[in-house]
Design a protein around this ligand. Structure first.
Ligand SMILES: CC(C)(COP(=O)(O)OP(=O)(O)OC[C@H]1O[C@@H](n2cnc3c(N)ncnc32)[C@H](O)[C@@H]1OP(=O)(O)O)[C@@H](O)C(=O)NCCC(=O)NCCS
Length: 327
């Protein structure tokens, strides 16, 4: 039978070993006279801890371990992969893509396509949609889709409004062409009029970084937009698959802030227990947050084969998107 769908056959994630609690971060910031507290961070964001990669470790290194875990879970070898997509806003280099660097580290020598997708915290949903379309059109048969970030590199530790919120990590999944419906629908959006509310405005110019290479965010503007668009795009993905919200077994929103996540869950009329939450332990890992949360839910046995999962991303750009899938 002709494969007309794509479905997930393996997941994996990796967190760098250094775990930084709110108490430790409070001490680090205090050395520069910056005040914060575990209470403030937890009550405003739901975050208790995040992980930071060592200075020598790049997004491709985190992605490598997450990818190996996903490939093993799918029962494949690296050279079985014929499309590799990495969603990242913290690439190893300006170019080549982190996907090409990862392809080399994985030992993939079959000449398959490799590319990065840049849609900040929506990056993974964008990457999944691109891979799904490539598989359904017959352009590829086995895709590796990854979100990998070292956001600790772009944090201004003098800006307490942002530096407490983000962390590092990588999540991966293998998507294979199938005659069974896995990815049921994807919906992607962007509105470039909101570029300034969440950005790293610097660029490389004449051999130096021109402008700020730190993350800048208008937290309240991001909060308001995020709550609006997450509900809307989830309903678009449900409508495209002709599925009611009540059929969702697991909601996996981008893990940015527990208050945004809870508001989204409530607007969809879902009980809070049906949402996978990792933001408390991972912080906001941008494009890595959704695939890491998915793998956590799969490996601890909550997400089971056949269940309906809604993934939702939102972030810089402004970008947002959703993917409805059957495991
Ligand atoms: C960032 C965020 C947590 C800030 O919460 P908030 O309730 O909006 O807080 P405000 O920015 O209004 O700041 C309130 C006060 O806390 C202070 N504050 C900010 N960061 C602080 C910190 N880490 N510790 C202690 N106090 C802090 C502010 O200086 C301000 O003090 P002031 O009233 O004396 O000026 C919230 O806006 C948010 O979650 N936004 C969305 C962020 C997000 O999800 N981004 C990623 C999307 S992909």
């Amino acid at each position: 039978m002709t494969a007309v769908f794509s479905r997930i056959t393996g997941t994996g994630h990796f967190l760098p070993p250094r775990r930084v609690t709110n108490a430790e971060l409070t001490e680090i910031l205090a050395r520069d006279g910056i005040e914060t507290s575990d209470e403030w961070i937890r009550s405003r964001s739901g975050i208790s801890a995040r992980h930071y990669a060592e200075a020598s470790v790049g997004s491709s290194d985190l992605a490598l371990i997450a990818a190996q875990r996903a490939i093993t879970a799918a029962g494949l070898e690296p050279n079985d992969i014929d499309l590799l997509i990495v969603a990242t806003s913290t690439p190893d280099m300006v170019f080549p893509s982190t996907a090409c660097i990862l392809q080399r580290k994985l030992g993939i020598t079959n000449g398959s396509a490799a590319l990065d997708v840049q849609a900040v915290c929506t990056g993974f949903v964008y990457a999944l949609s691109v891979a799904d379309n490539a598989l359904r059109s017959g352009q590829a048969r086995r895709a590796l889709v990854i979100g990998a970030e070292v956001f600790s590199r772009i944090l201004d530790f003098k800006d307490r409004g942002t530096c407490v919120l983000f962390g590092d990590g990588a999540g991966a999944l293998v998507l294979e062409a199938s005659d069974q419906a896995g990815i049921l629908s994807t919906k992607l959006h962007a509105d470039g009029r909101h570029t300034e509310i969440l950005c790293v405005p610097g660029n490389v110019n004449g051999g130096v970084v021109s402008g700020s290479a730190f993350l800048h965010m208008d937290g309240q503007a991001v909060f308001k937009l995020a709550v609006q668009v997450l509900e809307k795009v989830a309903n678009e993905a449900l409508a495209a698959a002709a599925v009611p919200a009540s059929a969702i077994d697991w909601l996996i929103p981008h893990q940015a802030n527990i208050r945004i996540m809870q508001a989204t869950c409530k607007k969809l009329g879902l009980p809070i227990e049906r949402m996978i939450v990792t933001v408390d332990q991972h912080g906001n890992t941008s494009a890595a947050s959704i695939p890491m949360a998915l793998d956590v839910g799969v490996r601890d046995g909550r997400i089971k084969p056949g269940e309906l999962v809604m993934l939702e991303g939102v972030g810089g750009g402004f970008t947002w998107g959703a993917a409805l899938l059957r495991m």
